[in-house]
Design a protein around this ligand. Structure first.
Ligand SMILES: [Zn+2]
Ligand SMILES: [Zn+2]
Length: 338
């Protein structure tokens, strides 16, 4: 079967490799669509080191080719794969924090992933997709599970005010999830006029550009107190500093962007003085899949507007390079394997 193999950083080659054969308790999925993610770009560039050769890709859906030990699915069923693998035995796993398993792994980073034809995965890592979710949007459900997991940790209730800083795919999913949970107002902040328009189309109550005196706007919209929850979805320390300003006294910060900076200049006194709860969130749990599938199937969260490109599978390298270019019109890039 054909697979896109990363031999060393920036050396991606289509190779013929052996098909997986069914093991007990596992499922073989014929991949039909996969999403290309910023993590893939970092692995491709060598910023996230992996064991080479490696097949990347952790957002993938497909049809069941062979199955052992999965309930409610049969050969031909359409499924999404949860790329998070965990041991089930360690302290974290036994406390239900399977996404933090120290010996866990992620397909596409620690093990071979979805940029291939067939994948063997544990049978408890697959979830059926209803017919009304299209193949070219379904890989986004993996991204959405990470947003839902993060929001579960930050307890949004109806009527809570939420600011989302950064309106990429993650930020737009946070806007939609916050609305689905009854938050008001939900305020999106981005420099890009296109992304502001999209956020409003997807349910944001207000959007602003960073130069619009966001602090004043947020205070006005929250009766002078500031936001209950500020979601940082960029991964930049300067934006985190902005988040500290926008949160109300006694409010919460959700750090959703991934920070790699080790130099930090932050208003730590304000963190203390406002008694802000700082919440980090990593990956997602199995429980987030049925919830996200249901929200998308019912139309409470829309994925389609966020898919800007669908490319054939063998154009993976072009898709990855596109992610490295600054372009506000490019959102999610999906590969069609069929
Ligand atoms: Zn991803
Ligand atoms: Zn574990």
């Amino acid at each position: 079967m054909k697979a896109m193999v990363l031999q060393t950083p920036e050396k991606l080659v289509q190779e013929d490799i052996e098909e997986p054969s069914l093991e007990a308790g596992s499922t073989i999925v014929k991949i039909t669509h996969s999403g290309v993610c910023g993590t893939d770009l970092k692995i491709y560039q060598g910023g996230i080191p992996v064991d080479y050769p490696r097949i990347m890709g952790h957002e993938m859906i497909g049809d069941i080719a062979e199955v052992d030990g999965a309930q409610g699915v049969e050969v031909g069923s359409r499924v999404i794969i949860d790329p998070v693998i965990y041991c089930g035995q360690c302290y974290q796993c036994r406390r239900g924090q399977t996404q933090l398993c120290p010996t866990g792994a992620i397909f596409g980073r620690d093990r071979d992933g979805g940029f291939t034809e067939y994948m063997q995965v544990p049978s408890d890592a697959i979830f059926s997709l209803p017919d009304n979710i299209s193949g070219s949007t379904a890989p986004l459900i993996q991204v959405m599970t990470t947003c839902l997991h993060a929001q579960r940790l930050s307890d949004i209730f109806p009527g809570d005010s939420v600011v989302v800083l950064g309106l990429g795919v993650g930020g737009l999913l946070h806007v939609q999830l916050a609305k689905a949970r009854g938050a008001y107002p939900v305020i999106g902040i981005t420099r890009s006029p296109e992304r502001r328009a999209m956020a409003e189309q997807l349910g944001a109550d207000f959007t602003f550009a960073p130069d619009d005196d966001v602090n004043k706007q947020v205070l006005e919209l929250t009766n002078g107190v500031g936001a209950d929850l500020v979601i940082e979805s960029v991964g930049a320390v300067a934006v985190l500093e902005e988040a500290i300003k926008l949160a109300r006294i006694g409010g919460k910060l959700l750090l959703f962007g991934i920070y790699t900076s080790t130099e930090l200049q932050l208003s730590l006194y304000q963190l203390y003085f406002k008694e802000l709860a700082v919440i980090n969130a990593r990956a997602a749990k199995r429980e987030d899949y049925p919830a996200c599938i249901e929200l998308v199937s019912r139309g409470d969260v829309q994925l389609e507007p966020m898919v800007s490109h669908v490319l054939p599978f063998n154009e993976l390298e072009r898709a990855i390079t596109m992610l490295g270019e600054r372009d506000n019109k490019r959102m999610k890039v999906i590969l069609d394997h069929t």
